[in-house]
Design a binder for this molecule. Sequence first.
Ligand code: ATP
Ligand code: MG
Length: 329
Amino acid sequence: MNGTPDKKRILSGMRSTGPKLHIGNYEGALRNWVALQDQYNMYCMVADWHALTTQFGDTSEISRNSREVAKDFIAGGIDPAKSPIFVQSHVKEHAELHLLLSMATPLGWLERVPTFKEKQQDIGGAERVPYGLLGYPVLQAADILMYRPYGVPVGKDQAPHLEVSREIGRRFNHLYGNVFPEFVNIIGDIPVLPGLDMRKMSKSYDNCIYINESPDETAKKIKSAFTTPSKIKKTDPGIPEGCAVCQYLKVYSPQWETQWNEDREGLRGCMQSKNECIEAVNEFLRPMRERRAAIDDTTIEDILRDGAERARAVAQQTMQDVREAMHLW
Ligand code: ATP
Ligand code: MG
C-alpha cells in the first residue's frame, strides 16, 4: 500500500548526525510533520548520506544513529503505517538521480549557497572542503524531486535552500522535458527553541533536552539552565524573555502567563520556576518516552525496510521517467 490516492504527497527529512532528537527538533520540525500526516501522504526520510557531508571521518555510528532517529520520529507521533519512514541510503535511486542532476547544475549556484560559504570557512578553506559538501543542495534536490511532491514542509529560514532544489528541477525540465512538477513550500509557523544556555538549542552546542533521556536527566539539566542573571533573590525582578526556563514554560505550561508575571514582579524564585518547568517538560515528554521504549531494534528495522520499499516504489517510477527523458533507456 502506498499512501491514500486522494492525498497529496509531501516529503521531509532530517540528518542523522547523532543518535537523539531534542525538543528543538520536535518543536521546529517534527510537531509540524505530525500535524501534516493526516492531510498528506507524508514521506519521512532519515538523511544518512547528508550526515556524511560533515561527518565523513568517523562513520562507525551512522547506521545506529539512523535507527535511533527513526525511533524518535515514531516517539514524536509519526505513524509509520500512514507515513513511510525510510533511510536515504536504503533507496539507492537517490544516488543515481543526484549524479544525473549534478551534470546539469552550474557550479556557481552551489558556491553561492550561504551555508556552504559558512561551512567552508569553518572547515578551513577550499582545500579541505569535500566535494560532497558542495554537492549537498544537489543531493537535497534529488531527495525532493524523486518524490515529485506537492510540497515540502519548511521553516521560513530554510526557504532559500529549497529554491535551489526548485531551480535544479526547472533546469532539468527545460533541458530534457517535463518530469518534475514544481513543488510548493509548506511554511509552518516554526519557532526556534532556545537551548539550556539560551543559544539556539543544537546538538553541536550540547545544550539540549532530548526526547530519549530519563526524567532525572531532564530535571538535572533544567536545574542548571540559564535564568535571569540579575535575579538572585526571589524578590528580584526576572526577564522571562531572556530566561531559558521561562521559555520552556511558555511552550509546555498552560499557566505560563501567570508564571511569567510572577517572575517579572519578583513574586517567585527561579527554583520554583525550575521545578514547575521540570514537571511540565517531563509530563509533555512522558508519552513520547513510553512509545519510544516500546520500539526495539527488530521492530525499527522492519519499519525501515517497509518504508524503503514504499519509497522505492515511487523512486523507481521517477527514475524510469528520468532515464527516458535523458535517452538513457
Ligand atoms: P546540528 O547541531 O548538527 O546542526 P541541530 O541540533 O541543529 O544539529 P539539525 O539536524 O540541524 O539539528 O536540524 C533538524 C531539524 O530541526 C531542522 O528542521 C531544524 O530546522 C530543526 N531545529 C534544529 N534546532 C532547532 C531549534 N533549536 N528550534 C527549532 N527547530 C530546530
Ligand atoms: Mg542545525
